[in-house]
Design a protein around this ligand. Structure first.
Ligand code: PGA
Length: 259
């Protein structure tokens, strides 16, 4: 059976108004709704999640969240829980994005905290999009060990029955955002998607074979097809290019065509 490509838009802290968010979502949904071979997920800022959920029709274009707290409720000023997001209809939650792991201008999230979020997410019935990736590459391959450890720590204690709720997104930090040093090549992504598959197989044997692997970092309408075709990934995590419905629509259409 052909599995759908999973294309996730991470809107980060954009756009500045609900009106604009609704317009972008509606335009993306129009394209996504026609594509039978793609599962589209839009992760807007948390405050827009329930409003965009109201615009969802069908299953081809749904809403997720970029982050959440692991406790269900409690005295955590300013936080929103995974359970709350699930209750307003979010189906996916990104966990461990490098912008949240960052210690400078980030939130300093540790592997331990990320693991708690993963466990809380599967309990709430959400699909977890776990982000991993190195800050830089070294000739000795230390970065490969680093990524392996990130996966092992984040998935510690996840039971086999919950593996179907896990997605792993490989996002090399050096290739993300407008300050990217240079784009990653499909071969860079291929090397790590193979590593991720091996790591998951070591942890869970053949039960892990269905876990989707995504690539993210400077994906655009020109390079999307190459990653999908050459890097053995099941989809993409798209930042900047997901905010332009026309460009994102092109990415979705190329994903739809790839066998
Ligand atoms: P980018 O961001 O596509 O803008 O590089 C990707 C991400 O951070 O998820």
């Amino acid at each position: 059976m052909k599995t759908k490509k999973l294309i996730i838009g991470n809107w980060k802290m954009y756009p500045a108004s609900l009106k604009d968010a609704k317009a972008k979502f509606t335009a993306i949904k129009k394209t996504a709704g026609k594509l039978a071979n793609v599962q589209t997920v839009i992760c807007p800022p948390l405050v827009y999640v329930s409003e965009l959920k109201k615009l969802v029709t069908g299953h081809r274009c749904v809403v997720g969240a970029q982050n959440a707290w692991f406790e269900t409720e409690g005295a955590f000023t300013g936080e929103v829980s995974i359970a709350m997001l699930a209750s307003v209809g979010a189906q996916y939650v990104i966990v461990g994005h490098s912008e949240r792991r960052a210690t400078v201008n980030g939130c300093g999230e540790s592997d331990e905290l990320i693991n708690k979020k993963v466990l809380a997410g599967v309990k709430a019935g959400m699909t977890i999009v776990l982000c991993v990736g190195e800050r830089e590459r070294d000739p000795d391959g230390v970065y490969l060990k680093f990524i392996t450890e990130q996966i092992k720590e984040a998935l510690h204690g996840v039971q086999k029955k919950d593996l179907k709720k896990i997605v792993i997104a490989y996002e090399p930090i050096w290739a993300i955002g407008k300050n990217a040093i240079h784009p990653a090549s499909p071969d860079d992504a291929l090397e790590v998607s193979i590593l991720i598959k091996r790591t998951l197989a070591d942890m869970h044997g053949k039960d892990a074979t269905g876990i989707p692997i995504l690539y993210g970092g400077s994906v655009d309408a020109k390079n999307a097809w190459e990653f999908l075709l050459k890097s053995q990934v099941n989809g993409l995590l798209v930042g900047r290019a997901s905010l332009d419905p026309k460009v994102f629509g092109e990415i979705l259409k190329s994903a739809d065509q790839i066998k």
